[in-house]
Design a protein around this ligand. Structure first.
Ligand code: SF4
Ligand code: FES
Length: 353
């Protein structure tokens, strides 16, 4: 085992563990954010740069600091390494810069985006973003393309993290989509206008850190914080059938995989990620088809928890003049329109005369 100290907290991990995963072992606020790394997808990471950290001591064998910030998702720890994340002003400054770059082309359409409330970029923007933009050049735009009847692609929101392409590579046969072109012309697209229809393709929606890929069967139906998430399962021949169903009253509005605090799909007892199939996600919205296990708890600060007060509230009595609700008789007389019968007696009663 090797020792690494992150923001003053020391942890022992297997040699070869990345700094990000060592930080996740400690948990809490010192864990660097990640927009492209996804522990359940091989090859992910190294694209977005939001996870950069300062290595103030390389190792016991070579205590020199590293001159440049390093991507914590793909830098392995060394015994005796010391890392600064939240305690490094350089890192905080850099992260502001990365968020500013990510937001250059990302539209600020959170009020109408289905990902709002569970969007990693929205959270980063909240923590590191600035209200004003310094960007004056023309922004990137794309022609809309249809990738099928279940998944909506909004290319303008994409941050090119590549996670969805890893889902396609690692979970589906015959991948039909990928990243076309390079540089600022790079875009997610299907080869020759194909529809993404593979039975596991819906998992792209779950891994997308922004609202670039959303569920067409849930689109614009509700805000996520108005729904109640419940863990539920069913016998499914294709996947483990373990999901979170998002309910409004007795209706299931959407179905997703169960996600952990890093918004990654949870793994089963053997460490196998529980990605779900399209039948569970898109076609099984009848509550009778699910065994509901109980409410799903989101991480403490999630907006999805808002408005779900568990405490019994007492009835509130408002001690106010009844005329506050009905207005003064003289005003009501004045605004009653010609031909409208103004009921003097009723008005006097409500005025308490
Ligand atoms: S569509 Fe989403 S998951 Fe795919 S590359 Fe863009 S941001 Fe990443
Ligand atoms: S999470 Fe490390 S570079 Fe994106």
């Amino acid at each position: 085992m090797a020792k690494v100290t992150i923001d003053g907290v020391t942890v022992e991990v297997e040699p070869g563990t990345t700094i990000l995963n060592a930080a996740r072992k400690i948990g809490g606020d010192l864990v660097p954010p990640a927009m492209c790394y996804y522990s359940k997808l091989k090859g992910s990471g190294g694209k977005c740069r939001v996870c950069l950290v300062e290595i103030s001591k390389g190792s016991d064998a070579n205590p020199n600091p590293m001159p440049k910030l390093q991507a914590s998702c793909c830098t392995p720890i060394a015994d005796g390494m010391e890392v600064k994340n939240m305690t490094s002003p350089k890192v905080q400054d850099m992260r502001k810069g990365v968020v500013e770059f990510l937001l250059i082309n990302h539209p600020l359409d959170c009020p109408i985006c289905d990902q709002a409330g569970e969007c990693d970029l929205q959270n980063l923007g909240f923590n590191y973003g600035v209200a004003k933009t310094r960007y004056q050049e023309e922004r990137r735009t794309f022609d809309r393309i249809d990738i099928g009847d279940k998944i909506q692609l909004h290319m303008k929101r994409c941050i090119l993290c590549y996670r969805c392409t890893y889902v396609a590579d690692q979970l589906t046969d015959n991948r039909v989509h990928g990243i076309m072109n390079r540089g600022d012309a790079a875009e997610i697209s299907t080869y020759i206008q194909n529809a993404v229809t593979n039975e596991m393709s819906g998992n792209m929606i779950d891994v997308c850190p922004v609202g670039a890929l959303t569920d067409k069967t849930f689109r614009f139906k509700s805000r996520v914080w108005f729904l109640k998430p419940f863990d539920a399962h069913r016998d499914c021949p294709t996947c483990a059938g373990k999901t979170t169903v998002w309910m409004f009253g007795n209706e299931i509005y959407r179905v997703t995989a169960r996600k952990d605090v890093y918004h990654e799909v949870e793994s089963d007892a053997n460490g196998k990620p529980e990605f779900i199939c399209n039948t569970c996600r898109f076609e099984t919205k009848d509550v009778k088809e699910w065994t509901v296990e109980g409410p799903r708890k989101m991480e403490g600060w999630s907006v999805i928890n808002q408005g779900k007060y568990m405490k019994q509230t007492a009835k509130v009595e408002i001690d106010a003049d009844p005329r506050l609700m009905t207005g003064r008789v003289e005003d009501r007389k004045a605004i009653s329109m010609n031909g409208t019968n103004f009921n003097e007696k009723e008005a006097q009663l409500s005025d308490g005369k």
